[in-house]
Design a protein around this ligand. Sequence first.
Ligand SMILES: NC(=O)c1ccc[n+]([C@@H]2O[C@H](COP(=O)([O-])OP(=O)(O)OC[C@H]3O[C@@H](n4cnc5c(N)ncnc54)[C@H](OP(=O)(O)O)[C@@H]3O)[C@@H](O)[C@H]2O)c1
Length: 294
Amino acid sequence: MIKNYQTAIVTGASHGIGPFIVRALAKEGMNIVLAARSGNELEQVATSADIRAAGVQVLTVPTDVTQRDARSALVSAAERTFGSVDVLVNNAGGDLQREFHRYTVGEVEALIALNLTGPIELTRLLLPGMLQRGRGHIVNISSLGGSVGFPYTEVYSAAKDGLIAFTRVLRADYRKQGVSSSVLILGPIGGAGTGARTMEELNLAMSAMAKASMSPPEAVAQAVLKSIKRDKAELVVMPGPGRLIRTLMTFFPGMGPAMNEMTGSTQTMKQVADLREQQRAQAIAGVNSPVQQR
Ligand SMILES: NC(=O)c1ccc[n+]([C@@H]2O[C@H](COP(=O)([O-])OP(=O)(O)OC[C@H]3O[C@@H](n4cnc5c(N)ncnc54)[C@H](OP(=O)(O)O)[C@@H]3O)[C@@H](O)[C@H]2O)c1
């Protein structure tokens, strides 16, 4: 067990990268509270063979992290069941994959709520208990999107870069009192999660260069463990010298967009954004059920 931590909340635990994080923490002997909107998927993760083999206790709490009452209910359910929460992994997140000029104000607000307000608020709700016990760890899952100027991620990247700043200050303010914080800055993830799903949906082939920049979801799960065990401020999850790449992007802001052109990401994301517009138009016209963007 890591630092004798007993219980973790993992948001976004229903599909994508989340279940990998859940399994890794369960293997370390932690009881897990699984949160996301899809209750059935949470149950599937909770009852999977890996989790049963770990022999830990699992609680599923269907939660929309953008909703104030749902966040409070999640924290209450976790504390009622397990007494206290030692680790919070703010993994729930996502993007609309739309061109920014097409956003509505509601979409802007919802994306910020999902990727920034939700994690900040869950942290705020859990922090007093952690401070009282003098122990705990917050792990926030962010993205390299802002650093590399990834196409059509204006709002998402603003929120994810905000999450990096939030974590940095939170860590500085509370670490001496035993409550630490880490942020994982993910490059592209292959094999599970939103990027992999989009490529599959569009039946897109990936360039060798794009493939080489991908990490498996297991790497994210291992980085979550490492961030807690070794109390890391920031970990970049990307093959090769991720931190160096991130630093270079900061020094040379034009480098990311140039790389996106070179790897074909700009063109691919335009295709994705066009598809989303088509799906949206169909949904509005009532041809299809509303687009479920995972
Ligand atoms: N995949 C990548 O290449 C990549 C790269 C950089 C960063 N990231 C970050 O990694 C994290 C996981 O991404 P992923 O690729 O695994 O995405 P994903 O496959 O789309 O999964 C997102 C998870 O978040 C949950 N979620 C979405 N909206 C929610 C809401 N309103 N309330 C509660 N839960 C919600 C989803 O469950 P429900 O739909 O059941 O609610 C799901 O469990 C995200 O923070 C993402 O920004 C991913």
